[in-house]
Ligand binder design. Sequence first.
Ligand SMILES: *Cc1c(COP(=O)(O)O)cnc(C)c1O
Length: 452
Amino acid sequence: MTLSATHEWDFSSEQGKANYQAARRQYPAQAIVDLAALRDNMRHLVNVVGGPHSGTAVMGVVKADAYGHGLIPAALAALAGGATWLGTAQSHEALLLRKAGIGPDRCHILTWVYSGAEVPFDELIANDIDISVGSLAGIDGVAAAARRLGKTARVHVKVDSGFGRNGFTPATFDTALAKLVPLAKEGVLHIVGQWSHLAVADAPDVPEFVAATDQQVECFKDFTSRMEAAGIAPEIRHLANTAATLSRPEIHFELTRPGIGLYGYEADPAMGTPSTYDLKPAMTLQAQLGTVKAVEAGHGISYGRTYLTPTDTSTAIVPLGYADGIHRSASGFDMEGAKHVIKPGGPVRVMTAEGPRLYRVSGRVCMDQFMLDLHGSAESLGIHEGDTVELFGPGRGEDYAEPTADDWGRAADTISYEIFTCLRNRIPRLYEHAAEVLPAEDFAKLDPTSIL
Ligand SMILES: *Cc1c(COP(=O)(O)O)cnc(C)c1O
């Protein structure tokens, strides 16, 4: 075999190799995250906004356990790549970052999702975490906590420039300003930022969407003028997600907030592939095959008989299912099956005696496993139980035949974001290049058993 049967991992030590073996014994699948890719993606994003001294800072968005990549390792790699801000939706995750020892001397942290009275505003303020305010109740809650603590709260005023989610609408903004201005004057709140989110920045080729984004930008600027006129001009403004960071330099303002770009993907495959933007997917999801066996032509595969083997063949079990976050919508159907439609399932790279081949999920994805029709005899293809196969990775070249999370997004009628964030934590997360990327005191924050 000329091409490597499986990915060759760059182990940092004998212990790294032992950790890999232990993870394989623990679970028949592993999610391996290349911290050098995360760092390099962040470095690249910092360069895209003009470098560290451009006047535009970059926030690494690490919400949802860093899009499933692991909150702390991903956050540390983002900092190593030049991020000076971190952002999480949930306040719990913002607090976890500070608890891991990522102090205010290293970066600002912004959090933006909360509801009702049960919000740990006190803890957030005490930990120097910036808080988004986009409702009157939010302003009241943050202000009350700041008064209790006797500490000024750093807030970012969220405005709804057209997304239709969080933030003050133009019509309600005067009421918000009437509340914010005296609180700012009194020193209860420090108005750090003004911010908003874009709805269709990932479609730079669709004129209707470009116009909608232009309209959002105009609306955003109107909000700034109203804040200035009220005497609470924001110090920083931020609007750009990954798509706008990559394609709309005129709206980088003082801070951009890329998420998916940090993990190595463009926001939408319609924009191109990761390499179009010099990004490298950081996560590889691999598994070790279960039962491999011969079956006859016309054999139903999995629940619902949605796939009937067209020929005498072999099948292989991949021991991952929807309970691991493999979408059931990535099931594969054929014309002979009960649905009588051809629907290609999610792709899997399998090494054969003739080189790597892409197979597709055959039949329905089950709770803990799915099947592949190997389209031939496993014996002659040289495919065996225990072989390591790859669901997705960085997407290396034609010859390497490596699928990406975008390919799984297509197969499951979703987006790469959901492919990562659905992966359950029962799949071990392992980190490559940790020692090389992280300074010693950060390296020490990682679970030692997770380091390759
Ligand atoms: C998730 C999120 C981002 C990052 O979006 P990407 O498309 O992943 O770059 C930025 N800002 C807000 C408010 C978000 O919720």
